[in-house]
Design a protein around this ligand. Structure first.
Ligand SMILES: Nc1ncnc2c1ncn2[C@@H]1O[C@H](COP(=O)(O)OP(=O)(O)OP(=O)(O)O)[C@@H](O)[C@H]1O
Length: 304
């Protein structure tokens, strides 16, 4: 069953076409990564899904409910996490969660234990007496995600959830999301500029460019397809001078798109066409390597 179905949706803000005829089906229980440069339309899609704004044209279905006709039902199923400015600064973490539970129409017996567990799970126990405005940004974002989970949503929309968050907190948030997805089968749509984060967490990835979907595939399939298209090779040598000579030679080769220095004794090159190497070369090892998601994303952005 599809948790989310977006059919030919466009969104205009005056003259700006923020989302341009987007169609996307997100099966229940998947973690879907949404990638795209600044201004591509990611947040606009998230906001339309959470009923904050309405599409200019096209339709959206959430578990088969039309978003226009069943707004109230849909609001119960979806939580959106964007930046933590939505939190009430003059309330404690617990009060913030309670307030959100009440606004969401939850009964006390439904939210009381849930809030206790979330406060504990997110390590916010020690800040119980503190006002939210005195929490660090990482802890505010943890609270923001806990807030989204209070109503046990079926769909969690995460718009750059780890933006400006330290490594350990980002890791915690990622692991918590994976855990929720495994245990509660919550469907997750996550956008991030940290491509490695999307790479680690998502089973499917959509890339959006200028409001249009450029790629929408299972992550594994994206790797397979682009492995055939992108020609990347690694050159390794302990003889630094020899490696420098190779770089100088390759710089003038029209077939070479990109040369990257990885370390003193390793370079990675990208070429337009496949290269066959003479493997008998002494002191230099060469091999074809698989592009990672960052390479693939750059390729899509450059070539779309
Ligand atoms: N309320 C609004 N009024 C006018 N234009 C808007 C509004 N919201 C978004 N836009 C425009 O729509 C386009 C898409 O913006 P959106 O915020 O969806 O992009 P994004 O992919 O989330 O970008 P980022 O990665 O920078 O957050 C941009 O050109 C943006 O300026």
């Amino acid at each position: 069953m599809n948790a989310i179905e977006i059919n030919n949706v466009s969104k205009n803000f005056g003259d700006t076409l923020a989302v341009n005829d987007v169609s996307l089906k997100i099966p229940q229980g998947t973690i879907y990564g949404l990638l795209g440069p600044n201004g591509a339309g990611k947040s606009t899609i998230m906001k339309m899904l959470s009923t904050l704004i309405t599409p200019t044209s096209g339709d959206i279905k959430i578990f088969n409910h039309d978003i226009k006709k069943n707004k109230k039902e849909i609001k119960k199923m979806i939580s959106l996490v964007s930046d933590y400015t939505v939190l009430e600064e003059d309330l404690t973490p617990e009060e913030n969660l309670k307030m959100f539970a009440i606004i969401s129409g939850l009964k006390k017996e439904k939210y009381e234990n849930k809030i206790k567990k979330l406060i504990e799970d997110f390590g916010l126990n020690i800040y119980k007496q503190k006002l939210t405005k005195h929490l660090s940004s990482g802890n505010k974002q943890k609270l923001n995600i806990a807030r989204a989970l209070v109503k046990s949503p079926k769909i969690l929309l995460l718009d750059e959830p780890t933006n400006a968050i330290d490594v350990e907190t980002s890791k915690f948030i990622r692991e918590y999301i994976i855990n929720e997805n495994t245990l509660s089968n919550v469907t997750v749509l996550i956008s991030s500029h940290y491509i490695w984060e999307i790479e680690q967490i998502s089973s499917n990835i959509a890339v959006i460019l200028n409001g249009k979907i450029a790629i929408n595939e299972k992550t594994e399939k994206i790797y397979k397809e682009f492995d055939k298209i992108i020609n990347m090779y690694e050159f390794k040598s302990d003889d630094v001078q020899k490696l420098k000579n190779i770089i100088d030679k390759l710089k003038n080769d029209k077939n070479i798109i990109n040369i990257r220095n990885i370390s003193k004794n390793k370079i990675i090159i990208e070429s337009k066409e496949k290269i066959l190497f003479d493997n008998d070369k002494k002191d230099i090892s060469t091999k074809k390597i698989n592009p990672n998601l960052e390479d693939i994303y750059s390729y899509i952005v450059k070539n779309s």
